[in-house]
Design a protein around this ligand. Structure first.
Ligand code: URA
Length: 433
């Protein structure tokens, strides 16, 4: 086979065989096919999409390019959750222990912040001492003993995807549904899961701007999972305003602790209860989602989810005392107030994520270090009526670093409309395999 011929065929809208896709991905991973040919292939896929056989071969080649974790077949299902990312999306932190407290094991390999979205790993690393890098044996043994482990993608998991993603990132081919779906599903299936709940975000703070795009992505991911004998459910959820009340790293850990203690913002808790219920049904410990919701709510309210979280923190070397006391923030704050009376709207939620980046809460380039103590407390919800002078956002900054740029973005991201605005529905369609 020649990469040239396969690129040309894909460019001209032909369907490639599974063998051809495997040959391309294996050759790329081994360094035998150069970046520029795979970049051209990615662009051809961007314009022409992928047929199910091509997609299946892409997922399977990326999945088998590295380690695939295997758990013993002991009849106790392992279920994970993946979110396509948003602003203030700290759901994995309370969700994994809450689900584990109900008896379903959660092996979770999570990512760092990407663009305007925060990353679970960056948030966990705000806890002093917390180790996000684990060996496969440590990962498996913690999932079995405690019930959950959240670690970074430091293992040799789907290395083909890592290489392919880096190339897509610089060739304008990230926002391509089959490539996103293959990337996410190959990594998740490599965790050794039996089932997966997908939280596919849509709206102005998500990568998928419309419900239709999110629905397409969800459908493709659910089909991939089903083809690979995994139980998969996708919930489409709104990202038209930040999730919860806090955005940042340490500050989102603190919100997660509140949720784990049965408190926390209503929307964050609703997401945990809903996604957790789906995980319990897939894990066969709940008869239906109603039963699942009741079990997750109980685990949040009776302290068992919080105890599980502390056990996970301790097992991964984190300082449990600092969790119990809430993590410290920068100690310097500025409060942005409404300049006029009106109704709150979030015309572009990404601005709030980018504002957090300006303060040092994320990375503009790979080598940047994160300041865990900066971030926002957002006092208002979409649709809320405010007066001139009403506090909108408390900005936790460090010595004013990036403060001016962050405030400029916040003023674009949190607008006051003269006419009434609406609070978006949190939950959209549900798709199952
Ligand atoms: N997240 C991933 O893991 N892969 C993509 O391609 C896009 C988002």
């Amino acid at each position: 086979m020649r990469a040239y011929d396969l690129i040309m065929a894909k460019r001209d809208g032909e369907e490639l065989s599974a063998e051809a896709i495997r040959w391309l991905i294996d050759g790329f991973t081994a360094g035998e096919i150069p970046d520029y040919q795979i970049a051209a292939f990615a662009m051809a896929v961007y314009f022409n999409g992928m047929k199910p056989v091509e997609l299946g071969a892409l997922v399977s080649s990326m999945l088998h390019s590295g380690d695939v974790i295997e758990f013993p077949n002991d009849g106790r299902p392992r279920i994970d959750k993946h979110s396509t990312g948003g602003v203030g999306d700290k759901m994995s932190l309370p969700l994994a222990p809450a689900v584990a407290a109900c008896g379903v094991r959660v092996p979770m390999i999570a990512g760092r912040g990407l663009g305007h979205t925060g990353g679970t790993i960056d948030k966990l690393e705000a806890i002093p001492g917390f180790q996000t890098s684990r060996t496969i044996e440590e990962f498996k043994s913690q999932v079995d003993s405690i019930g959950c482990c959240i670690m970074s993608q430091t293992l040799n998991v789907a290395p083909a995807d890592k290489k392919f993603y880096a190339l897509r990132d610089v060739t304008a081919t990230v926002d391509c549904i089959p490539l996103i779906a293959a990337s996410i599903m190959s990594k998740k299936i490599a965790e050794g899961i039996d089932g997966l709940v997908l939280d596919v975000k849509y709206g102005n703070g998500a990568f998928m701007q419309t419900v239709e795009q999110a629905q397409n992505l969800a459908q493709v991911m659910v089909s991939i999972g089903t083809e690979m004998d995994k139980r998969v459910v996708a919930r489409l959820t709104s990202m038209e305003q930040p999730i919860g009340r806090f955005v940042g790293n340490a500050i989102e850990v603190n919100e997660s602790i509140d949720i784990l203690k049965g408190a926390g913002p209503t929307d964050s808790r609703a997401l945990i209860v809903e996604l957790g219920a789906e995980m319990l049904v897939l894990g066969e410990v709940a008869q239906n989602t109603e039963d699942g919701r009741a079990q997750i709510s109980k685990a949040l309210d009776d302290g068992s989810a919080y105890e599980k979280f502390k056990a996970m923190v301790e097992a991964q070397g984190g300082d449990v005392k600092s969790v119990e006391q809430h993590l410290p923030l920068s100690g310097q704050a500025y409060v942005l107030e409404a300049e006029t009376a009106g109704f709150i709207e979030f015309p572009d939620t990404r601005d709030i994520g980018y504002a957090a980046l300006e303060l040092g809460g994320g990375r503009k380039k790979k080598s940047d270090t994160i300041d865990p103590g900066v971030g926002f407390e957002i006092y208002v919800d979409a649709g809320q009526k405010v007066e001139a002078g009403t506090p909108l956002v408390k900005v936790h900054h460090r010595d004013g670093n990036g403060l001016e740029a962050a405030i400029k973005l916040l003023k674009e991201g949190v607008l006051i409309s003269e006419t009434p605005t609406e609070s978006p529905e949190l939950f959209g369609p549900r798709i199952e395999g």
